[in-house]
Design a protein around this ligand. Structure first.
Ligand SMILES: [Zn+2]
Length: 160
């Protein structure tokens, strides 16, 4: 990478730091020619194959905007959304693949969204999994109820 100040093609790494989420490395560099200092951020590339076949870089912002729609009127903050998007990115990166399709992102969203807000989860799942009958909603709600019951059983057992 060229020095942004004098265009010298060489630079020296003076510090490297891994981000808190472990997904990127920030390198502090110094140009040996003009002494200018600058930073570079290195991340493994992760691309998304859209249904249309178009390939674009993974974007947490896109995950957030997709989920934000499902969260309208719900007690979900921007910080919650940012955390969810980070979790989604970690999940899809763990697959070890540098190209994923939108379907895998949808799947990775369902779990954390469900923990965040069940109504938003049902809304998102209804679009993502293309619910088209009331029975689809009933089945999803029944699943949530069943999980609540088993969670309660565990709590009861632990309070004995
Ligand atoms: Zn320079």
């Amino acid at each position: 990478m060229h020095c942004p100040f004098c265009r010298n093609p060489d630079s020296r790494v003076i510090d490297s730091r891994t981000s808190d989420d472990g997904l990127s490395i920030r390198r502090r560099r110094q140009c040996p020619k003009c002494g200018g200092r600058f930073s570079t951020i290195e991340t493994a590339s992760l691309n998304v194959i859209k249904r249309s076949g178009v390939i674009e870089p993974f974007s947490r912002e896109k995950v957030m905007s997709g989920v934000r729609k499902a969260c309208q009127g719900r007690p979900v903050t921007e910080a919650n959304l940012a955390l969810l998007a980070q979790e989604v990115e970690e999940t899809v990166r763990q697959t070890g693949s540098s190209q994923i399709d939108t379907n895998e992102i949808g799947l990775a969203i369902l779990g954390p969204l469900r923990n965040l807000d069940e109504i938003a989860y049902l809304r998102f799942a209804s679009v993502y999994q293309a619910f088209d009958t009331l029975e689809d909603f009933e089945a999803a709600i029944e699943q949530l109820r069943a999980d609540h019951r088993s969670a309660r059983t565990v709590e009861d057992a632990s309070s004995l």
